[in-house]
Design a protein around this ligand. Structure first.
Ligand code: ZN
Length: 331
């Protein structure tokens, strides 16, 4: 039996939108991410699954959305994701973004100190709670800036920084992450009177941080403007097989391996209730379209391709050519 692999960091975060056109506009034109894949939710083909990332949709910079127009709004509370944090290159970049948010009417807080790093909290048009963190010197996954981004590369979002989980109680969630997933406690701080445990994995720093804010008496419920699940990286199938065996040994209910065409997935819930996934780095988004044409057309995995006409008829029209190809800033 091989030794336990280390999770290198976050792979993707999947959230829920009730407004796909507004979502595409915000994440590509305002945040400057590339639409790297326009496909459907493989378990509900009436919904788009939209992926935003760097030039390639690298693991570690991949914010994705299920488009559910009738989804109820997200209810914050225990068992949900409180915030998704992105890494930007410098403190100067945070000030650039603050000006941009003011100009474009994006709701945001003040630049604040978080564990010795500056951070700027903001929200997308549906209230999705997001944050930019000055990640200078904090490492991060290998990413490839998107030349079509309306945001200059010296201030652009590079990768995830981390996620914050709201937990009914800190103990079970922290124990699960440390005992079963190899995270280590890095710090504790208070946020609004609530203790927050900071955990990290792999190399630590940008892209590896999970904060657990607890306790929460009220349970939350994921909805539009909230996060559906958080995915962590397995660099290859062997590592993912290890995690599957480890979950089974610990009797953690899980999905078994699911082939998502762009990566292979393994789903399970942490004890606080947040849905987790371990996803392989490959094969990646260029498996079914050329790297310079990612996201321009509706991509379907082979098992859905025979049903393309019916699937396309059930989706709202969504012109994503410009979002995928990019162009100069409009703000
Ligand atoms: Zn996922």
């Amino acid at each position: 039996m091989s030794t336990r692999p280390e999770i290198p960091g976050l792979h993707h975060v999947t959230a829920i939108t009730a407004d796909a056109p507004g979502n595409v506009a915000f994440y590509t034109r305002t945040l400057g991410l590339r639409l790297v894949k326009k496909t459907v939710n493989q378990d509900d083909v009436s919904a788009y699954h939209l992926f935003y990332g760097d030039a390639r949709g690298s693991p570690g910079m991949d914010m994705t959305f299920f488009d559910w127009p009738r989804a109820a709004p997200n209810v914050p509370g225990g068992g949900t994701v409180a915030r998704v944090s992105f890494a930007v290159p410098s403190a100067g970049a945070l000030r650039w973004w603050q000006d941009r948010f003011d100009r474009l009417g994006v709701p945001h807080g003040d630049i604040a100190d978080r564990r010795g790093r500056s951070a700027l909290a903001f929200a997308d048009p549906e209230g999705q709670r997001l944050e930019l963190v000055d990640a200078e010197g904090a490492g991060g996954p290998a990413v490839q800036p998107w030349p079509g981004s309306p945001v200059p590369p010296d201030v652009a979002i590079r990768s995830f920084y981390g996620v914050t989980l709201d937990a009914p109680a800190a103990g079970p969630t922290v124990a699960f992450l440390t005992l079963h997933m190899g995270f280590r406690a890095a710090d504790r701080f208070e946020d609004g009177g609530r203790p927050v445990t900071v955990l990290e994995c792999g190399p630590g720093g940008a892209g590896t941080e999970v904060r657990v804010a607890a306790p929460w008496a009220r349970r939350g419920a994921p909805g539009s403007g909230g996060v559906h699940h958080v995915a962590f990286r397995a660099v290859d199938d062997a590592e993912q097989a290890h995690w599957l065996a480890a979950l089974r040994a610990a009797r953690v209910p899980n999905s078994g391996l699911v082939d998502r065409h762009y990566f292979r997935s393994l789903y399970f819930r942490e004890p606080g209730g947040v849905l987790f996934e371990i996803a392989t780095d490959g094969p990646g988004f260029a498996t079914d379209e050329p790297a310079d044409r990612l996201g321009e057309r509706l991509a379907l995995p082979p098992f859905l391709e025979p049903h393309r006409a019916r699937i396309e008829a059930g989706l709202i029209p969504l012109d994503t050519g410009a979002a995928a190809r990019g162009g100069p800033s409009d703000g």
